[in-house]
Design a protein around this ligand. Structure first.
Ligand SMILES: C[S@@+](CC[C@H](N)C(=O)[O-])C[C@H]1O[C@@H](n2cnc3c(N)ncnc32)[C@H](O)[C@@H]1O
Length: 440
């Protein structure tokens, strides 16, 4: 870029948005600049221009932020997996806390009485669940295994990943080499990763069955690197273990509650098991379940919060949309000796009504942990007389948390007692948070 042009579009960055982009304004137009940090003076190049905003990439930094750090990953900027590695790790959490507070205020018109101290976890190598893409690129003469490039359907040419569990990160180039030698290398578009305590499972999506030679190569790789391959020939229900067949079950444990959770590689589990433990501890402290109480755990998955609640002696009903996860949750309750006070039901919670909620009976407290879309219909249904007095809401999307908080506070009369961020996904823009609502 010429000196003149770079001077022309240099701006001061005012803040960072939900996706980790710097936000600047020129004559009322908002410019979202990837790679720019608050307080920096930068030049940028726009890749999309609209009347009210532009999407851009930083091209030059004229005045750098004190919070800027050297990204650890060689693929940062190309790989779409992380967007915040150029920002100091503690500053990332401060940004996420501000995004949470801003969302609550600007979207939900609510403010927490107390902001909880953020929960930090390990900064690197934390990601134990991932969906890796695979592409055999004839032009490059090799197979790529990794995340997608930023804003692209291309697979990033990754030799390593700093946020993936270290063992899996180290296998990326070896997996690429393995797959490039298979007869079905063009028919294997994806690998699902599930790291367990005693085994790491890699689910290969295979559009055609592997040949005998392919099978031998997969077996040798699994034995050498001590992983378990699974094959997926169609939908999720087609996933079957391939090799070794006598591998231990995938599990994670919650030692504070004496709980072990077996799971299948297709089933939802939190991506960061270390932070999951701390998150459950915080959720339990806020919920404070007591023997004799009746509690519901909505969007309960395989019972990640349900079983710790049951361990307190409370009666808990876990509700979840996936029948397979409900079945898994029931088995997990039985395995952990908690079947007496943890019950489960399958239900589409996006269709909850006040009458439907009343039919479930009355609850002292609720835990709600919805997907990104939030839990609008569920929170709308909480207006009746038997509405619970305490709700702990775990969220992976501050915008839907804020929207639902507005319903709870302004329509149903709850108070937002506390809220805080939990850094489940360091270096990415994902904001995981927790909020406590109470009603007199
Ligand atoms: C963020 S996960 C939380 C799971 C669980 N609480 C945990 O910590 O592992 C959200 C859960 O909501 C479930 N879900 C998604 N849409 C749903 C719906 N419409 N009704 C009920 N459950 C749904 C998913 O299957 C998933 O288990």
């Amino acid at each position: 870029m010429s000196e003149n042009k770079s001077q022309q579009n240099s701006v001061i960055v005012e803040s960072i948005d939900q996706e980790g982009r710097g936000v600047a304004r020129i004559e009322g137009k908002v410019i979202f600049i990837e790679g720019a940090l608050t307080g920096e003076m930068v030049s940028y190049s726009s890749y999309r221009k609209k009347p009210s905003f532009e999407l851009a990439q930083v091209t030059q930094i004229h005045k750098s932020s004190a919070m800027r750090v050297q990204p650890k990953c060689a693929h940062f900027g190309v790989c779409g997996g992380c967007s915040m590695q150029h920002l100091d790790a503690r500053a990332q959490v401060a940004v996420k806390q501000r995004i949470l507070e801003d969302s609550l205020w600007h979207i939900g018109k609510v403010k927490a009485e107390t902001m909880l101290r953020p929960i930090y976890g390990q900064a690197w190598g934390y990601r134990e669940r991932a969906r890796l893409s695979v592409r055999h690129v004839i032009k490059k003469g090799k197979t790529l295994v990794g995340f997608h490039e930023k804003r692209s359907s291309y697979v990033a040419d990754m030799q390593h990943c700093e946020i993936l569990a270290p063992k899996i990160a180290g296998l990326l180039p070896l997996l690429a080499e393995l797959i490039s030698g298979l007869s079905i290398r063009d028919r294997l578009p994806q690998i699902e990763v599930a790291v367990g305590e005693h085994v790491d499972a890699l689910v290969l999506r295979v559009m055609d069955p592997p040949s005998g030679e392919d099978e031998a190569a997969l077996r040798a790789f699994a034995d050498l690197h001590e992983i378990q391959f699974w094959l997926q020939s169609g939908g999720y229900d087609s996933i079957i273990p391939f090799h070794p067949l006598d591998a231990p079950a995938l599990t994670y444990s919650l030692p504070e509650f004496g709980i072990t959770m077996p799971f299948a590689p297709s089933e939802f589990t939190q991506v960061n098991s270390a932070l999951n433990r701390v998150m459950i501890s915080r959720a339990m402290r806020l919920l404070d379940p007591q023997p004799g109480e009746r509690i519901a755990d909505f969007f309960c998955g395989l019972g990640n919060f349900t079983l710790p609640i049951a361990r307190s002696g409370a009666q808990v009903l876990g509700i979840e949309g996936s029948a397979a996860l409900v079945e898994r949750a029931r088995q997990n309750a039985a395995t952990n000796g908690l079947a007496g006070n943890a019950k489960f039901a399958a239900m589409n919670l996006f269709e909850m009504t006040e009458a439907g909620f009343t039919q479930l009976g009355s609850f002292d407290k609720l835990l709600i942990d919805p997907p990104r879309d939030g839990a609008l219909e569920l929170v709308k249904s909480l207006g009746g007389e038997n509405a619970p007095r305490r709700i702990v809401y775990v969220s992976c999307n501050p915008a839907t948390l804020a929207r639902d908080a507005q319903v709870l506070v302004q329509i149903h009369g709850y108070t937002l007692k506390a809220a805080g961020v939990m850094n489940m996904f360091p270096h990415t823009s994902h904001v995981e948070s927790i909020a406590l609502f109470e009603r007199m």
